[in-house]
Design a protein around this ligand. Structure first.
Ligand code: GRF
Length: 219
């Protein structure tokens, strides 16, 4: 691993997690650079964020490829060409194809707006409100071929209140997403994540800091 971790970001929409990662880099909390933003959506606001920070962006739409394998092989090629070491799914609204996963094993991270394994898939926040749980949160995990099933790196919890809506809970969770995603990338950049089957061991981390309360100032 080089001194400065090279990231490739995949995003489909607003890109607030992408922005949190850029901010963490610019504040000097994360020794990394974003080599490229790849999006499947030409209207993604994430593109504006890339432009604002002089980050290259590419729009790749699945419909311009013969099939899913061709699409994800091409994405892998674009990432490899730029020396990307870690791939970040920051609101990439697709189930990633195996052609990308096999070329970046345990080197793709996703953020999910629920405490996995509860409420995988779409609308994790709405699922939590409708189910009636009292605690929800967000999860950063490595990506495998399932839907939100890969090894869990870090989680943050938030309360769910009786009068919460999908929107109010989403907002509370999003604040935590912006803390823990850059923090998980930082742990990776420091070589502190060890994957042991389903489990991710964080080297040198205080136990109580890992589960529910990653240090805010470091994220
Ligand atoms: C976040 O809620 C994230 O958990 C989910 O997609 C949303 C992306 O938001 N995977 P943004 O584009 O990063 O603002």
């Amino acid at each position: 691993m080089s001194d400065i971790l090279t990231l490739g970001v995949l995003a489909s929409g607003r890109g607030s997690n992408f922005q949190a990662i850029i901010d963490s880099i610019e504040k000097g909390h994360l020794r990394a650079r974003v080599a490229v933003l790849i999006t499947d959506n030409p209207g993604a606001y994430a593109i504006e964020r890339a432009k604002n920070h002089n980050i290259e962006h590419i729009v790749l739409r699945p419909r311009d490829f013969t099939d899913k394998d061709a699409y994800y092989s091409h994405i892998a090629h674009e990432l490899e060409k730029r020396g990307v070491e870690l791939v970040i799914l920051a609101g990439f609204m697709r189930i990633v194809g195996k052609r990308l996963i096999e070329r970046f094993p345990n080197r793709i991270m996703n953020i999910h707006p629920a405490l996995l394994p509860s409420f995988p898939g779409l609308h994790g926040q709405r699922q939590a409100v409708e189910y009636g749980v009292k605690i929800s949160g967000c999860t950063v995990h490595f990506v495998d071929e399932g839907v939100d099933t890969g090894p869990i790196i870090i989680q943050a919890a938030v309360p769910v209140y009786d009068d919460d809506t999908e929107e109010s809970l989403s907002e509370r969770i999003l604040k935590q997403e912006h803390r823990i995603f850059p923090y998980a990338i930082r742990l990776y950049s420091e070589g502190r994540l060890m994957v042991d089957g389903r489990r991710v061991i964080i080297k040198g981390e205080r136990r109580d800091a890992v589960i529910t309360n990653p240090p805010l100032e470091e994220a």
